[in-house]
Design a protein. Structure first.
Length: 165
């Protein structure tokens, strides 16, 4: 993969994380407790899960980049629950959003092909995009269920317009 192609792939990641950050910005402390279904995770839980998934897979492909990330879950009575500090959740999401492409660039620049279970670093990145798109939909559904669904104008400015820019 050449530098120009890698730059384009990583730009897609940066656009994605900007969009996810925009969605996370809608999560007030009250909204963060909304759920996509009665037995589903809260919005805060989805955001923490996204960060933890990045953390976990970075541990498989680049422990150096994983080491820069903090925790967003705490153990309570044998269960792992999201931390309550929404600002810290968003801060950790921003940190992991930078760690993922940094790891991919480092791995590609080093000539790595197989990394962890992935046959190329870009497949690791694609897994993250695919996974986070799923959670984006669940977060949007939770907002809808709570009467806070983003408007079409918001989506155009904060989601679709970013992809088309």
């Amino acid at each position: 993969m050449g530098t120009a192609e890698l730059d384009l792939v990583l730009e897609a990641w940066h656009r994605h994380t900007r969009i996810l950050g925009n969605l996370a910005g809608l999560a007030t402390p009250e909204a963060a407790q909304l759920r996509s279904s009665a037995d589903g995770s809260t919005i805060a839980g989805h955001l923490c899960h996204i960060h933890e998934t990045r953390y976990g897979w970075l541990g498989e492909v680049s422990k150096e980049h994983q080491a820069k990330l903090g925790e967003v879950f705490r153990e309570v009575d044998g269960s792992w629950v999201p931390i309550e500090d929404l600002d810290e959740i968003k801060r950790q999401l921003a940190i992991s959003a930078e760690a993922v492409p940094a790891a991919v660039r480092s791995l590609v620049d080093a000539g790595q092909t197989r990394v962890g279970p992935y046959s190329h670093p870009t497949f690791f990145l694609q897994h993250m995009l695919w996974h986070e798109g799923y959670h984006f939909g669940l977060i949007t559904l939770a907002l809808r269920n709570g009467g806070l669904e983003p408007s079409e104008e918001w989506e155009e400015e904060n989601v679709w317009g970013i992809w088309r820019s």
